[in-house]
Design a protein. Sequence first.
Length: 94
Amino acid sequence: MGSSRSDSLKLALLPPAEAERFFSKLHSGQILQGRILWKLPDKKYLIHLLGRNLVAQGPERFSEGDYVTLRVESLGPPIVMSLSQETPAAEESE
């Protein structure tokens, strides 16, 4: 799948201490699986990723409860992840 802007999620900034811990788990090209917990206004979602609940902005096609596979494109800020059909490694899923 391509990585056009409409096929990506942008993660909101975290407080500095939390961001450092979260960023240390990420690298460009990494494949992760997350779950959409809630739809929020303005094309935003609460997503569970790497053991954290984060706010992400992306396309309106997701529903609460959807699982998404993401590829890390940019460590930002903001962190940008494209939708992927690859399989994440076991330790990188939820």
